[in-house]
Ligand binder design. Structure first.
Ligand SMILES: [Zn+2]
Length: 439
């Protein structure tokens, strides 16, 4: 109770710790501390919390019921969150007695009420909670689509000024069931641009006055927001899973799951629980699977990575620069948990989607289909015991169901640029044009 009062008064109940040098830092109130100031290779700063016991707070909704383990300055009302339940249809079908499904999306019968239908809503809400009320600079978020949709809704609801930068091919993913706040703006990079191009442009804008970077995987609030998916599984099952399955594009969700597991081990009840990460990518775009199977900490970008990333069913997994090698990143998470990586074809993913819908009764995203297909591979390969506790993170779902229940509107960009035009103008002039279009 005391912790909650202190947080609302604006003093943080967390510090940020560097996994390389062990330095501990207080957070800044607005523009986030995203990296260690010491001179050493880059690392992901982790939040460490005053509260070390896992407690839930049902008086708060969604992700904020886990607020002890979110690096936030304020708890926001009306938030949705992850739900987890024991599967009585898919589990038995796969020969698994203890399959727990973590569902992120719209499935009211299960208590899943995320109207953006994506687990990115977990991170968007946590990141908004990390910003003090009334901060005027504009948060810059680069996205392949789902993240922008989640930040659009969270930033509009909680009045956080934001600029969302997306590649043109992700426009079909940008819709909302709610109202847009005028200070939440959308810039589109067209002409064959992909996610990596959007990140580059976003970084350029975020370095200029009046803007600041959200930080992606480097933002501890983003990771711990996503980590609440694991907390939902523990809340529902009473233990740490033996195995955790998720599809990865950046791998931020997987890093988050691992970090939350380490945090849970600080609570005596869960001290010995370590879940093995089973992470999957959508073939033929599998840079992290390739590197992990080669035993390499270094990613070797495919010469045709841009083309390959466009050929996958789960487009949101097409990240060409994931935080794989960085200290505290995907490679470290896989190493610590003796993890596995998988490659799933478009056909396998599609079949898995149909199977989930038939057995469990809800449509799921292509990325979640990839995760389920990887679970089928793991079962076929004998990696999972019949009684093992398995958590399957359905990172998005319920789109079709939502369309029956709610009216959705597609977002309209405030500025559209082509990659070619920005390059022709040069970076500085390109940025100036973009700023002019937005003001
Ligand atoms: Zn450091």
């Amino acid at each position: 109770m005391e912790a909650s009062v202190k947080m609302q008064a604006g003093a943080a109940d967390y510090l940020l710790e560097c996994p390389i040098c062990g330095g501990r830092y207080e957070d800044s109130p607005g523009e986030f501390l995203l990296s260690c100031p010491e001179k050493h290779p880059p690392a992901l700063l982790r939040a460490i919390y005053k509260v070390t016991k896992f407690v839930t707070h049902p008086e708060h909704t969604g992700v904020f019921r886990f607020f002890d383990w979110l690096p936030i300055r304020r708890k926001l009302p009306g938030a949705a969150g992850p739900v987890a339940f024991h599967s009585t249809a898919l589990g038995p079908f796969l020969g698994l007695e203890n399959l727990f499904i973590i569902f992120n999306g719209w499935w009211p019968e299960k208590g899943a009420l995320m109207e953006t239908c994506t687990f990115k809503e977990l991170e968007a809400q946590a990141v908004c909670g990390r910003i003090v009320d009334g901060w005027r600079s504009s948060l810059v978020v680069s996205s392949a689509g789902n993240t922008a949709r989640a930040f659009h809704d969270a930033c509009s609801r909680y009045k956080v000024p934001a600029l969302l930068v997306v590649p043109g091919n992700s426009l079909p993913l940008l819709w909302s069931t709610g109202a847009s706040d005028p200070e939440v703006r959308l810039a589109v990079l067209d002409g064959g641009a992909d996610y990596a191009d959007a990140i580059e442009l976003g970084n350029g804008i975020a370095a200029t006055e009046g803007f600041y970077p959200e930080g992606g995987a480097r933002n501890a609030a983003r990771r711990d927001g996503m980590g609440t998916a694991v907390l939902a599984a523990v809340e529902s099952s009473g233990r740490i899973p033996d195995h955790y399955f998720q599809a990865v594009g950046s791998g931020t969700g997987a890093i988050a799951a691992w970090e939350m597991n380490l945090r849970l081990q600080g609570d005596d009840r869960f001290a010995r629980g370590k879940m093995r990460l089973h992470l999957s990518q959508n073939a033929p775009f599998t840079p992290m699977t390739d590197a992990w199977e080669a035993g390499s900490r270094t990613l070797t970008p495919a010469a045709d990575g841009r083309r390959l990333s466009r050929s996958i069913r789960a487009r949101v997994l097409g990240n060409r620069n994931p935080p794989y090698s960085i200290a505290g990143g995907v490679f470290d998470a896989l190493t610590d948990t003796r993890g596995f990586m998988y490659r799933v074809t478009n056909t396998e993913a599609r079949k898995a989607g149909r199977l989930f819908e038939k057995l469990e009764g809800c449509d799921i995203d292509p990325a979640a289909q990839v995760a389920l297909a990887s679970l089928r591979q793991a079962v076929d390969q004998g990696r999972i015991g019949r009684g093992d506790m398995v958590a399957l993170n359905i990172t998005g779902g319920g789109h079709r169901r939502l369309r029956r229940d709610r009216r959705i509107a597609f977002l309209r960009p405030q500025a559209t640029f082509t990659l070619k035009a920005l390059r022709k103008e040069g970076p500085a002039r390109g940025l100036a044009l973009l700023r002019a279009a937005l003001t």
